[in-house]
Design a protein around this ligand. Structure first.
Ligand code: GLV
Ligand code: MN
Ligand code: MN
Length: 421
């Protein structure tokens, strides 16, 4: 791959409209919008279906080809002069955290959509088609495993493997998927997987580095690895006032010991390991009944696969020791290895930023993204823009309109040149 930036790539980038992009961002944020300014748009929920309908309406009104695949990944195509050439793809996800923000995911989808429109406004043709994609269930906030759509498209996971996952609301993934696909019965179907020339994902940084350095763009070099698991303890319910401690099998106390022991295990003087217990379920969840069952999730991350595997091996022993009189189960859910993006694609993003006159850092991503799976199928990389205070997975998540437009411009230039390879 080459890394000079063509004049038509810069011309297309100059046609990015900050106002048009911002209006789309705000319109989409209203779908599942919360009174505190945040967004709750769970994957495959009625809000997700409404967001899809909004995007489909915009895309059809501009003459793009809209299609969907079996995993409900939504595709919007700007045709190339060589219809059968492998496409260049850009996008992200539209599902959000339960109390998420306006930009995580939505920005990447809408920046990609803006790139298609900027190419139209510039009146340019590309040899390859350019596809915008909105991947299904990146967050994993409703269904326990994130990046569902991109992992299926990449060929890394069979769709069938996800169908019986049960959401936090008790709905089966397969049923929610069917309802989502049934909402757009007339959309043409794309294959579950297909070859692509390249994938570029724009996203807010979700961390503080760009803002702190006053730089509007990062060319993302890698994504750290992630392991998720659910740890469950089973004890015995009983009366809180009368049951002597000596005979209790208290599932919460076992969970409490386990979290303390895992905190020590994950303690890292260099502050590189990320360890989070983000969900806890207590049953029967009554102040005066001894907890019978407790489930808690763990999310831990590190750039080094060997370290992730080593920590995973010792978790079992820590949990077994903490269990005391309770029995336990450990169920791995998400398993993502660290991913390095190809240097030449990262170089091209950096070159696009330079050609458009924007500063650019190279950053590793602490968050996971669909690009991690896309990279298993085709050369992939990411573009980050700053977000206020580095805050994300929070209703106050914020990106400046000017930064959103700069990211879309760098994306547009990169896509145009990739689409003419
Ligand atoms: C993505 O949302 C992540 O948790 O990194
Ligand atoms: Mn995201
Ligand atoms: Mn997220």
């Amino acid at each position: 791959m080459k890394s000079e930036v063509s004049k038509i790539a810069c011309d297309a980038a100059a046609n990015v409209s900050q106002d048009r992009l911002w209006q789309c961002l705000m319109d989409l944020a209203a779908v599942g919008g919360l009174p505190d300014g945040g967004v709750c748009r769970h994957a495959l929920s009625p809000e997700d279906i409404e967001a899809r309908a909004m995007l489909i309406g915009w895309a059809e009104s501009r003459g793009y080809e809209v299609s969907v695949d079996e995993a409900a990944n939504l595709w919007v195509r700007r045709r190339g002069t060589h219809r059968d050439a492998e496409p260049v793809i850009a996008g992200s996800h539209m599902d959000s955290q339960p109390a998420g923000g306006k930009f995580d995911g939505a920005y990447g989808v809408l920046a990609a959509f803006e790139a298609l429109q900027a190419m139209d406004a510039a009146g340019i043709e590309t040899r390859r088609p350019v596809d915008m994609v909105a991947w299904t269930n990146e967050e994993g906030g409703r269904f326990d495993r994130g990046c569902t759509g991109s992992s299926v498209w990449s060929g890394d996971m069979p769709l069938e493997d996800y169908l019986n996952d049960v959401g936090v609301d008790g709905v089966r993934f397969g049923d929610a998927l069917r309802a989502t696909l049934e909402a757009t019965p007339d959309l043409p179907r794309r294959p579950r997987s297909f070859a692509a020339h390249a994938y570029v994902e724009p996203h807010i940084e979700q961390g503080p580095v760009l803002e702190a350095n006053g730089v509007p763009i990062a060319a993302v070099t890698s994504i750290q690895g992630v392991r998720w698991m659910n740890i469950e303890f089973f004890g015995a319910a009983g009366h809180a006032g009368t049951t002597p401690h000596a005979v209790r099998r208290d599932a919460f106390q076992a969970a409490h010991r386990a979290v303390a022991s895992l905190n020590s295990l994950m303690d890292d003087p260099n502050d590189v390991i990320r360890f989070t217990v983000g969900r806890i379920v207590v049953e029967p969840n009554s102040p005066n009944t001894i907890p019978e069952r407790v489930l808690f999730s763990i999310d831990f991350r590190h750039p080094d696969k060997a370290l992730l595997n080593e920590k995973c091996r010792v978790i079992q022993a820590s949990v077994a020791e903490a269990a005391g009189p309770c029995s336990f189960n450990i169920t791995p859910t998400t398993h993502m290895d660290p991913t390095l993006f190809p240097q030449d694609l990262v170089d091209r993003i950096e070159a696009s930023a330079a050609a458009l006159g924007h500063g650019c850092l190279r950053l590793a991503s602490g968050a996971f993204h669909d690009a991690l799976y896309a990279a298993k199928n085709c050369p992939s990389a990411m573009i980050f823009i700053p977000c206020r205070g580095g805050l994300s997975h929070h209703p106050d998540e914020w990106a400046e309109p000017a930064h959103c437009a700069i990211g879309a411009a760098v994306l547009t230039a990169t896509l145009v040149d990739l689409a003419n390879d």
